[in-house]
Design a protein around this ligand. Structure first.
Ligand SMILES: Cc1cc2nc3c(=O)[nH]c(=O)nc-3n(C[C@H](O)[C@H](O)[C@H](O)COP(=O)(O)O)c2cc1C
Length: 502
């Protein structure tokens, strides 16, 4: 069986599809030849290995330039990575590897993505319309291995953003060659098992011009920078990760105890412990941005200058979006003080907007009289999106010592009990603003996720549930998939704002 895709198994749908064909295979080979220079150091290798490991496979790195092609016949699953299609094709030809790849496709699962997909097709001539400069070895014959008649154009929407002529070039190619090219976005693919079956990412959503492969974003402060969770599943299962709140300088956070349980949730007063923006950009972001998920940088500060300086340092980085945290209840200076009046929200948002070149989302506090007014102020000040809600300020007391359990006395309450409040706030806000809303607060199940979309959210964040069930994202995606099938929903975004109030 052959699976052609755009950027590897970077969606829940593609992982599920590949899983069906893994069968009893134990080992996979990841072919890195398509990057003539970096090979094993190619930044896609880590996430590809994690994706294959998630399917229960032990992964070996394979390179046609240094290993006998015949060795591949020992693998039930072979993945050809993207990179330079000319180089990969040349190398496959030099090492007579066509037959062994055909054998893998007949007996097991052959995955090809981007360049790795193009070489399996009849020709790589389509690549010549877009990337002729990659043909530095002067390959004249562009015939591929011919394992399929299907032709794909990978990274379609990304390519369109970079080159306005993308569609025209593709149409011209189709006219000249009398063929149809399948335009695939990252996370999409085509299964070649009988009639070609196209896998589209029905759960993909867009917020402020940023495409998310699905609506699930890990909420700030509950996922760190993702490393611990990446041990459990590939982060590409998630639409995105909102990082722990980042400040201009490193912060040690509040003294312990900083967390405690509460009925239906938990209280925390971590106090924005984080390594500072420079450390984040240097040490955490390079890894996180290679995991095949969107990166949202949650930014906090004590004063407007802190916020502005921090977003400036993020402008030239690979983050996809800034989430302005003006709603942290657990710090003495800054945080929520900017987020509890319309004037405060407008002031800080417009100030940061001047310095922020990334899409800007403002995270709102529920500790206000009318959260929708805060959203209106953020929108008027130039926010591209709002996320709500942050935690509700709460308290717990040790009855024997008569001391608050949290050293900070009060803390932010989060978890399942927040859901009805968050739904109400998202719903009210959706009536007032045109910019997209990312809804969060208490989402633990797929049903909660559907409710939040119906209330008006374009995307979702999940936080506290990750502490009790780190696998919740997977379960929510499973449930959403079933629900979409049951309801005949073609695109999850159809649900946004779909509540029918009495
Ligand atoms: C331990 C902990 C740390 C948090 N840290 C941050 C943070 O740094 N920045 C932020 O905007 N929100 C932070 N939050 C709030 C969450 O992102 C989220 O808004 C809130 O928990 C509600 O969602 P939930 O009920 O799904 O957890 C934190 C929450 C928890 C539980």
């Amino acid at each position: 069986m052959i699976l052609l895709c755009s950027n590897g198994l970077t969606s829940y749908e593609l992982l599920q599809e590949a899983r069906k064909y893994v069968g009893s295979a134990k080992k996979a080979a990841l072919v890195v030849t398509a990057d003539p220079e970096y090979k094993e150091k190619n930044y896609h290798v880590d996430r590809c290995c994690r994706q294959l490991a998630y399917l229960g496979l032990e992964v070996d790195i394979f390179d046609f330039d240094t290993q006998p092609a015949g060795n591949l016949s020992a693998y039930g699953v072979v993945e050809l990575m993207g990179g330079n299609p000319y180089y990969l094709l040349d190398s496959i030809r030099k090492h007579n590897a066509g037959d062994v790849l055909r054998g893998v496709a007949e007996k097991g699962l052959l995955i090809g993505w981007s360049a790795g997909a193009l070489v399996l097709e009849k020709t790589i001539a389509l690549a010549d319309r877009y990337l002729p400069q990659l043909n530095f070895m002067g390959l004249g014959d562009l015939a591929g291995l011919g394992l399929t008649d299907v032709q794909i154009l990978p990274h379609y929407s990304k390519q369109q953003k970079q080159d306005a002529a993308t569609e025209e070039k593709c149409r011209q190619y189709e006219r000249e060659n009398q063929c149809t090219v399948l335009r695939l976005n990252d996370g999409e693919g085509v299964v070649l098992d009988g009639e070609p079956r196209v896998i589209r990412s029905a759960m993909s959503v867009e917020v402020a011009g940023v495409g998310f492969i699905n609506p699930l974003i890990a909420a700030s402060g509950t996922f760190g920078f993702g490393r611990e969770f990446a041990e459990l599943y590939p982060l590409s299962l998630l639409g995105g990760v909102s990082c722990k709140g980042i400040t201009i300088k490193e912060r040690p956070g509040n003294p312990p105890p900083r967390v405690t349980e509460a009925p239906g949730g938990m209280l925390n007063a971590v106090g924005l412990q984080n390594p500072g923006v420079d450390h984040f950009v240097r040490e955490d972001l390079p890894w996180l941005s290679k995991q095949g998920t969107r990166v949202v940088a949650n930014v906090a500060g004590n004063a407007p200058e802190d916020y502005c300086e921090t977003v400036e340092k993020l402008n030239g980085t690979s983050i996809d979006m800034v989430e302005l945290n003006i709603s942290c209840p657990n710090v003495k200076q800054g945080g929520v003080q900017f987020g509890t009046t319309k004037e405060g929200v407008f002031g800080i948002t417009s100030e940061v907007r001047k310095h922020c070149k990334k899409p800007l989302m403002v995270k709102l506090s529920p500790n206000v009289t009318d959260i929708s007014e805060m959203a209106v102020a953020a929108e008027a000040a130039g926010a591209d999106a709002v996320s709500l809600i942050n935690t509700l300020t709460g308290m717990r007391i040790d009855i024997r010592s008569r001391r608050p359990i949290i050293r900070n006395n009060t803390g932010g309450f989060s978890g399942p009990a927040l859901l009805p409040i968050a739904l109400r706030m998202v719903w009210q806000t959706a009536q007032k603003v045109k910019i997209p809303i990312v809804g969060l607060g208490g989402i633990s199940t797929w049903q909660d996720a559907v409710e939040m979309l119906l209330a008006g959210a374009a995307a979702l964040q999940i936080g506290t549930v990750l502490f009790t069930d780190p696998y919740a994202p997977q379960k929510i995606l499973e449930g959403l998939t079933r629900f979409m099938e049951e309801q005949g929903i073609k695109s999850l975004s159809e649900l946004t704002g779909g509540v029918r109030p009495w």
